[in-house]
Design a binder for this molecule. Structure first.
Ligand code: NI
Length: 138
């Protein structure tokens, strides 16, 4: 555990009220923990902007009847084997599939993989969720 510093700062009343609302809505026990998490979110966003290493998941939803789509998605993933840790295929119903691709690597490479997968004809929805590998978070 790192040393703890105490700090005080000024904030406009309306902004403080918004902050207190958020803390309540998100069920945080205290203000400090909420602000620490906000800072960590900002650090992760910054790592992502600066093309540092990230971990994440790409979730795709598609209709497996789309001609050649399953093969094309596999083909793209083979080109990015260096950043793909695992992928899981889920049969959602008789037509739709979800595929969750777990990635770790430089932000630009992950972004590029996500956009290639998203652009494949027949992919109905694609989301990318990223986090930090942790070196800046403690
Ligand atoms: Ni399936």
């Amino acid at each position: 555990m790192s040393d703890i510093a105490r700090l005080s700062f000024s904030i406009e009343k309306p902004l403080l009220e918004r902050l207190e609302q958020l803390i309540e809505e998100e069920h945080y026990g205290n203000r400090s923990e909420y602000i620490r998490d906000m800072i960590r979110d900002r650090l992760v966003a910054r790592e992502w902007e600066l093309n540092e290493e990230a971990v994440g998941t790409i979730t795709l939803v598609f209709n497996h009847h789309s001609r050649g789509l399953t093969d094309r998605l596999t083909h793209v993933q083979h080109h990015y084997h260096d950043v793909i840790l695992a992928s899981t295929h889920i049969h959602l119903d008789k037509d739709l599939c979800a595929e969750i691709v777990v990635v770790r690597g430089l932000a630009d490479r992950i972004r590029s993989l996500a956009s290639e997968l998203r652009r494949e004809k027949g992919v109905l929805h694609a989301t990318l969720s990223v986090s930090s590998t942790g070196k800046n978070l403690s």
